[in-house]
Design a protein around this ligand. Structure first.
Ligand code: THU
Length: 160
């Protein structure tokens, strides 16, 4: 028997003001997207902004539904839009901001497992890392250099 240690190093910025300028702009677009989220059931809004290698920015937010499981997270709304409309582009960065509409959210909110799996599909296909930045509404911002750092032992097409 042997053991395997899985490690990832994340960067933590004290606030959006510490971010590189392009990421600050991307996060501010994610905030704008978050303000338009359709969240009548959870009152928890999430915005995502994706920077493509041609400079295009794709936005998404969570879209809920009276039939709860039919709703979709912000990250997947955004990345599926990118995949549908810019299939040739590489995804460089994703900025995510999330918060409750009923109380302040200062804790960085990471993407859910299903969204990590969805983002991983594109990272594996393009064979280059997607930087992920996530935060609450305000406060610290966490950066992962690659989606793989948030999803160790991921399942992908190589196993099929
Ligand atoms: N949500 C996202 O948009 N992204 C995540 O990564 C986690 C959860 C949404 C889904 C639902 O509309 C609300 O947040 C509460 O779960």
């Amino acid at each position: 028997m042997k053991t395997i240690k899985i490690e990832a190093t994340l960067a933590v910025y004290d606030s959006v003001d510490e971010l590189p300028k392009d990421v600050m702009e991307l996060m501010s677009k994610a905030m704008e997207a978050r303000s338009k989220a359709y969240v009548p059931y959870s009152n928890f809004s999430v915005g995502a902004a994706i920077l493509l290698d041609d400079g295009e920015v794709v936005l998404g937010n969570n879209q809920e539904n009276a039939s709860y499981p039919s709703g979709l997270c912000a990250e997947r709304t955004a990345i599926y839009y990118a995949g549908a409309n810019y299939p040739e582009a590489k995804i460089l960065k994703m900025a995510i901001t999330a918060g409750s509409r009923t109380q302040p959210t200062i804790t960085p909110i990471p993407p859910c497992g299903a969204c990590r799996q969805a983002i991983a599909e594109y990272e594996v296909n393009q064979n280059s890392a997607i930087e992920i930045y996530f935060m609450g509404e305000t406060g610290k911002v966490v950066k992962a250099n690659s989606l793989a750092d948030l999803l160790p032992l991921g399942f992908d097409k190589s196993f099929l």
